[in-house]
Design a protein around this ligand. Structure first.
Ligand SMILES: [Ca+2]
Length: 413
């Protein structure tokens, strides 16, 4: 779906808020060419046949949000990346916390500072020491039916309970269990349609101690606008999995709708909820989530016609080739967005009621980035996702990395 109000991305790709992305189309190579942009393919029809084949292989027909990088993988322009930790990018040096993980996905911190990490395909949950070290398996979620983008996905911890979102044989569902108890998990919410793609999967407890869930359209875009479907939504549940009191429609778990595939949820110090979302062909999004709002999919991708206020536009958009954003974390006044296909970390400053210009760091340093989370000590943890079948694993992948954030950026919670 092409957003007709946006300029064609290889010319300026300037999304909302005047963000300036530099596309060096004429500079040779494949700079700035999205992997899956149909309009790009048409524009390139006169180029070498091999190039077109390579782009086609990357897939206009590939429903994946972050198809495997191919010849069209864009190269960063120098201005996009200061290598990490530079001026204006509140990120300190990296420290390796854990290595040798198999497609890590969910990450949740325990009260003492250790973390739990979920492996998507194995269904295992491992405990990672706060200061780093060999992760130890503490649980294996029964019934995980990994496949495509599905499997054991998001994790959240609250008190003695650990919550997990996973793809089962028939659906996506959320269970909770107590690590070390040996008990079978308790299903708290199920019936979220599954597919090979667009399973959503991020879960997090908000400042209201309610459980927020990012889901995907699971390949049927009509679900996103269907208030009776849990797909293509952000849900808000009680810890027991019931629709949260005060939701926009009484008795419904739906908190916001019109989403395509949400894999990032985070709150700022003013308790505002932000969410990342994969676009289809053109534009990924960061949205400020307000209860009951409709974020447009599939009518609008990126910023577009609000249909008289019916749809809410994103605050930030990116070309899908530069982002494909999964995890989102907030420390202080900065959003951290982990990009899969973009293979970088986007930092976005909060500027009052708005978001400032994104800046990329770590571009191509660690490969695909899946999850971003702020630890109890205020540090930022990132997971790589190079073993997920779409990456280029290097020695030690996948890994968890820890970064300090600038003094004063430690969140209140
Ligand atoms: Ca949208």
């Amino acid at each position: 779906m092409i957003n007709e109000r946006e300029p064609e991305p290889w010319l300026s790709a300037s999304p909302s808020r005047g963000l300036a992305f530099r596309w060096s189309f004429a500079a040779g190579g494949n700079h700035g060419i999205p992997d899956d942009g149909g309009i790009i393919l048409r524009a390139l029809a006169a180029l070498a046949t091999a190039t077109v084949f390579a782009l086609a292989a990357c897939g206009t027909a590939d429903p994946a949000d972050d198809p495997a990088p191919g010849s069209a993988t864009p190269q960063p322009s120098p201005s996009d990346d200061d290598g990490g930790g530079g001026a204006g990018t509140p990120l300190g040096p990296a420290r390796e916390i854990a290595t040798g993980l198999d497609t890590p996905w969910g990450l949740a911190f325990l009260s003492g500072g250790d973390a739990l990490v979920a492996e998507r395909d194995s269904g295992r949950i491992l405990r990672v020491p706060a200061d780093g070290g060999q992760p130890q398996q503490v649980y294996e979620v029964p019934g995980v039916a990994a496949g495509g983008e599905g499997g054991l996905l998001g994790l959240a911890a609250r008190g003695d309970w650990v919550y997990a979102y996973f793809t089962a044989a028939t659906d996506n569902r959320i269970v909770r269990f107590q690590v070390g108890s040996g008990n079978q998990p308790e299903v708290v919410f199920d019936g979220i349609a599954k597919a090979g793609f667009h399973n959503g999967g991020r879960i997090a407890f908000g400042p209201d101690n309610l459980l927020y869930v990012g889901t995907g359209d699971a390949g049927e875009t009509g679900r996103s606008q269907d208030p009776a479907s849990p797909n293509g939504k952000i849900l808000r549940l009680t810890p027991e999995g019931d629709p949260a009191p005060g939701n926009p429609s009484a008795g419904s778990p739906v908190y916001s709708l019109g989403h395509r595939n949400v894999q990032g949820l985070a709150w700022d110090d003013d308790d505002r909820l932000f969410a990342t979302e994969f676009g289809q062909n053109d534009l990924d999004e960061i949205n400020l989530i307000e209860p009951g709002q409709n974020y447009g999919w599939p009518e609008v991708e990126g910023e577009g016609d609000t249909d008289g206020g019916r749809f809410t536009n994103p605050l930030v958009t990116w070309p899908t080739s530069e982002a494909s954003p999964s995890g989102l974390a907030i420390a202080g006044d900065t959003l951290y967005v982990a990009a899969l296909r973009g293979e970088r970390l986007w930092t976005v400053p909060i500027e009052g009621d708005d978001l400032g210009e994104p800046a990329a760091v770590l571009t191509n340093e660690y490969g695909r980035l899946r999850t971003a989370a702020v630890a109890p000590d205020g540090s930022l943890w990132l997971t790589t996702s190079n073993t997920d079948g779409r990456g280029d694993p290097r020695d030690g992948d996948d890994r968890i990395l820890r970064f300090t954030t600038q003094p004063g950026d430690a969140p209140a919670r």
